[in-house]
Design a protein around this ligand. Structure first.
Ligand code: HEM
Length: 401
């Protein structure tokens, strides 16, 4: 297949295994690429930055696309109510409510708890020696952390994992009727679960803590937030706060194992941890695609596109654009500057940046100082998903010092 006929809704059969090769080719040969449905695939760093910054023209509101995709379903209600898919003034109003929980100072206060969690998993890993890194580490940490940041019992992590998978899975470019049903069912169950949690908090006021997101959102209910908005922000945060970080940790370890010199360098020189975390995020962005739709006729490169045109912004391609990154195909934990787009940019830039970076920092420092070596027992299993780059399973063996 020539890259000219590439279609994101019907990619080649080897796409998941060679995703960066295809995206590099698109960026080189067809950086503003027309997809089969008339939308455009953007792959250059400069074009993504331009769209992210111009939120007045490039809207995040998905009511048009999701109306066609989800119909009048619970999935439609969820994905059109959460902050990430809202434009100002709704976006500004909602983001302001939980912003204070994500300041660098609030997040630093979590470092001790995150260290404790990581230590407890490391003890178990020392005992087991061979295990699935995803279920025993990279999924557990983010979900335990996001449950505690929101104020949800982490014993329910498996319910949340399953619901998140189904709700976020429905954002893939192509959707089967089964995915639609499962996603909608997950939204209904997740909402009921949260209603019970909120009812408990309202009747046990002593449980509410300052700065805990659920308490802040409950406080805002009826004032700046409706009940439906409250429920969907919680669902979004619980989902967005763990799927992404889980994949950052899984891919991070995988890249360090595949690049032994970088593993040893980080093990010897812990001061490189901050640049290492950003390189992991650049090299394997957990969210590979963001979307926007233009509210008026506008210009993309040298093309004039009509109002209502949608774009797929390929973070995975922009993060390897040689006009922005020196030797982009090389995984270099010392890379600086590293202005990757894995957290997006502009008004919707990820609210959880500081939290995600802290999780990664504590996790990799703990792993590399606890184990002399970590080896793969077999090739990690990459999920057949385009929007989220997910490692489903990663069997590893650890050896102590
Ligand atoms: C490695 C981990 C993470 C990655 C790669 C990531 C990535 C992203 C990206 C790309 C966006 C922008 C979407 C857009 O512009 O359309 C975003 C938004 C968001 N993320 Fe994250 N995220 C991560 C972790 C987290 C965590 C831990 C939380 C919270 C617990 C979180 C909460 C949010 C929220 C609330 C938004 C919406 C912000 C807005 O619309 O104003 N994220 N994230």
């Amino acid at each position: 297949m020539g890259i000219e006929s590439f279609d994101l809704f019907n990619p080649p059969s080897d796409f998941i295994d060679n995703v960066y090769t295809y995206y590099n080719l698109l960026r080189e040969k067809s950086p503003i690429h027309k997809n089969s449905d008339g939308s455009y695939i953007l792959t250059s760093y400069k074009d993504l930055v331009g769209v992210y910054r111009n939120f007045k023209i490039w809207s995040s509101d998905k009511k048009t696309e999701f109306g066609a995709k989800f119909g009048a379903s619970p999935l439609f209600e969820h994905h059109t109510t959460s902050v990430v898919f809202a434009d100002p003034p709704d976006h500004t109003r909602i983001r302001k409510i939980f912003q204070q929980s994500f300041t660098p100072k609030s997040i630093l206060g979590l470092e001790k708890d995150i260290n404790k969690l990581v230590d407890s998993y490391l003890v178990m890993m020392h005992e087991k020696k061979k295990f699935d890194f995803v279920s025993d580490f990279s999924f557990r940490l983010p979900v335990d952390v996001v449950c505690s940041v929101l104020g949800i019992p982490s014993e329910d992590r498996h319910l949340i994992r399953d619901w998140a998978h189904k709700i976020l899975g429905a954002l893939e470019p192509k959707l089967t009727p089964k995915q639609l049903d499962e996603g909608s069912y997950a939204v209904v169950n997740f909402k009921q679960y949260l209603k019970d949690q909120i009812k408990f908090r309202k009747t046990h006021k002593d449980v509410n803590k300052a700065n805990e997101i659920l308490s802040l959102l409950i406080e805002a209910e009826g004032l700046e937030l409706s009940e439906t908005e409250l429920l969907h922000q919680c669902i979004f945060m619980l989902n967005a706060g763990h799927e992404t970080s889980t994949n950052m940790l899984s891919h991070g370890l995988n890249e360090l194992i595949n690049n032994r010199d970088q593993y040893s360098l980080l093990q010897k020189e812990h001061r490189r941890i901050d640049t290492a975390v950003d390189e992991i995020l650049r090299f394997q962005p957990p969210i590979q695609i963001n979307n926007r739709r233009c509210l008026e006729k506008t210009i993309l490169g040298d093309i004039i596109v009509p109002e209502g045109t949608s774009v797929h912004m390929i973070i995975a391609a922009a993060n390897r654009d040689p006009s922005q990154f020196f030797e982009p195909e090389i995984f270099n934990i010392s890379r600086s500057p590293n202005r990757h787009l894995s957290f997006g940019l502009g008004i919707h830039i990820c609210a959880g940046i500081n939290l995600a970076r802290l999780e990664a920092k504590v996790a990799f420092q703990g792993l590399l100082s606890s184990f002399k070596e970590i080896n793969l027992l077999k090739k990690p299993n990459i999920a057949n998903r385009i929007r989220f780059r997910e490692i489903k399973e990663m069997q590893v063996e650890v050896s102590s010092f």
